[in-house]
Design a binder for this molecule. Structure first.
Ligand code: KIV
Ligand code: ZN
Length: 578
């Protein structure tokens, strides 16, 4: 499937090869950005965001998200950590040779270059080579290399002296520059590093050819005033600092990630590393939508701009939540379900009299109302109406995909009076974006009640052979009974660690949207290594939508199981990743 323009951008059809946008002189480009008023958006949803426990994405999901992030207008897409696994390398490479080569349309209708495609690498040759080969097909590839600089990391993690780290930075940045003109360097845990040492490290990186210097608050420890002062001191105090792009990278351990990011751009940072919905390691990263809408809503205060198409924010947020299985809290700024809802009578009265009494932004600006309340389709709507609406929503279906989605749409329309945009997007996610499936749900029937042991009969189809298998399960409740029945057929071990049901739309006939997370037993091969070198157990998420929440629960479980099965088939022993 190919996605195309959303509500704001005209379509680029077919995608124009963005070859003419290659950056010939990185140093001149960096100087220009450093002196300008545009803040570059470096999206790391597909790398730091994917490090959220359970947010694992397969390469198909990464590609679809990369397309949407590109349509959103991000300048740089960090797509993964290519050394981590062959799957990560492949996903980054796929995005580089597609999204990384396609011209976009900017806010004023003029062509916008394809996003820079960045791959993360520790400061060693093997990591850097893998990041280079993965990103190379992009018109604008970038190697993002990092090494820790705080004493606590040097002493306990790296077991290296300050001089050894300095030497490594010089050698590895120079090596990365010999492969790729665009190199970003990050002193990990910069927020807790000695500032004079940090200046020395950054000077060495600049001399070796890095044109973007990222200052990570890796553990979310720094306060906004401190982070702002750190940027001023580094930009002014590092030889060559005024000619390169300084970048923020903040974590939300104390709930300050976005505040820190905004503070740093006031001090001269011209790149921000952010994620959609603020997902990321532990408490997450600075959220793209909060940062962008901060600048957008307070233009006089910041006097800075971004290339983001704000009307695409809501759709992107929904998509990230669906694919990662990370549910958005209702009170989340900008994209939470309550972000634009007024409950108190006094607020409702004020908003009706004058919108600005309690609303500082329009919901339409972030693509909310047109997204949620678009043209309503029903059971009399035909294939043409469905295709037109899907096109308007930015989903261009191949004929076979349209057929598939049309029959699910008809089934849904028979059960529900109206099928909204939100229902359609859930159907697309549910029907078209299934990860490499092994098993498919054919039928499920449940018996339960006050004095009954919940019992389920489940029929699944094996997609490779077409064989249908029937079995039954008993459980503590109807969902448990269904899961026991599925387990007897599929025969893989896991533990259900999260189960969330939400209504996609309002009303008695609403679609139920079930998100689950399963944890697999520790057998070594299901462990993943993060960029920080921590090893942790892999979780898999699944999502299913249906008017019947038992069926939605079965679909969600099967999606997670299919991911687990695919990962077990592909997984390399951990030793080969390091
Ligand atoms: O938080 C961090 O320090 C990182 C680096 C790898 C940039 O994610
Ligand atoms: Zn990080």
């Amino acid at each position: 499937m190919d996605t195309a323009s959303g509500t704001q951008q005209p379509a680029v059809d077919p995608p124009v090869d963005g070859g003419q946008f290659a950056i010939e002189d990185m140093a001149a480009y960096a100087r220009q950005v450093a002196r300008g008023d545009t803040v570059l958006i470096f999206d790391t949803t597909l790398r730091d965001g994917e490090q959220s426990p359970g947010a694992t994405l397969d390469d198909h999901e990464k590609l679809e998200l990369a397309r949407q992030l590109s349509r959103l207008g991000v300048d740089i897409l960090e797509t993964g950590f290519p050394i981590a696994s062959p799957g990560d390398w492949k996903a980054v490479h796929r995005v580089a040779e597609t999204v990384g080569r396609e011209t976009r349309v900017g806010q004023d209708g003029s062509p916008l270059p394809p996003p820079v495609i960045a791959g993360l690498a520790r400061a060693n040759r093997k990591d850097i080579e893998r990041a280079f080969t993965a990103t190379e097909p992009a018109v604008r590839p970038r190697i993002h290399t990092f090494i820790a600089t705080s004493d606590i990391h040097l002493e306990h993690k790296l077991r290296m002296s300050r001089n050894e780290v300095l030497e490594t930075v010089g050698e590895m940045v120079e090596y990365a520059v010999s492969l790729c003109g665009d190199v970003e360097f990050s002193p990990e845990d910069a927020g807790r590093s000695d500032i004079e040492y940090l200046k020395q490290v950054l000077e060495v990186a600049i001399q070796a050819g890095a044109t973007t210097l990222n200052i990570p608050d890796t553990v979310g420890y720094t306060q906004p005033k401190e982070y702002e002062a750190l940027f001023r001191a580094l930009i002014e105090g590092t030889p060559g600092g005024r000619d390169v792009i300084f970048s923020t990278h903040t974590h939300n351990d104390l709930g300050l990630a976005t505040a820190n990011t905004l503070a740093a751009v006031s001090a001269g940072a011209r790149q921000v590393e952010v994620t959609i919905n603020g997902i990321g390691e532990r408490a997450g990263n600075s959220s793209l939508e909060e940062f962008v809408m901060g600048l957008y809503t307070r233009p006089q205060f910041y006097n800075l701009r971004t290339n983001v198409q704000t009307q695409e924010i809501h759709r992107t947020s929904d998509m990230v939540s669906r694919y990662t299985g990370m549910v958005i809290q209702p009170n989340k700024a900008i994209v939470g379900a309550n972000a634009f809802a007024h409950e108190a009578g006094i607020h409702q009265d004020g908003v009706l009299k004058h919108k600005r009494t309690y609303e500082i932004m329009d919901a339409e600006t972030v693509g909310l109302n047109q997204h949620r309340q678009g043209l309503v389709l029903g059971k009399h709507s035909g294939r043409h109406a469905l295709r037109t609406r899907l096109d308007e929503l930015g989903y261009h279906m191949e004929p076979a995909e349209l057929n598939e989605i049309f029959s699910s749409f008809k089934e849904l329309a028979d059960k529900k009076k109206t099928v909204t945009d939100a229902d359609l997007e859930a159907l697309v996610a549910d029907e078209v974006y299934q990860p490499k499936e092994t098993w498919e749900l054919v039928n499920v029937q449940v018996q339960c009640g006050s004095n009954l042991t919940p019992t389920a009969v489940v029929i699944l189809r094996r997609l490779d052979s077409g064989e249908e298998v029937t079995d039954a399960g008993f459980g503590t409740g109807p969902v448990d009974a269904v899961y026991q029945g599925i387990n007897r057929i599929v025969g893989v071990e896991n533990t259900l660690v999260e189960f969330v049901v939400q209504a996609v739309t309002a009303g008695m006939d609403a679609n139920g949207d079930v998100t689950i997370r399963i944890e697999v037993p520790d057998r070594g091969r299901d462990m993943v290594e993060t960029a920080q070198g921590r090893v942790r157990r892999r979780l898999f998420s699944g999502r299913g939508v249906d008017t019947d929440i038992i069926v939605a629960s079965a679909k969600a479980y099967l999606q997670a199981l299919n991911k687990q099965i695919a990962s077990e088939a592909e997984a390399a022993p951990l030793g080969s990743m390091i």
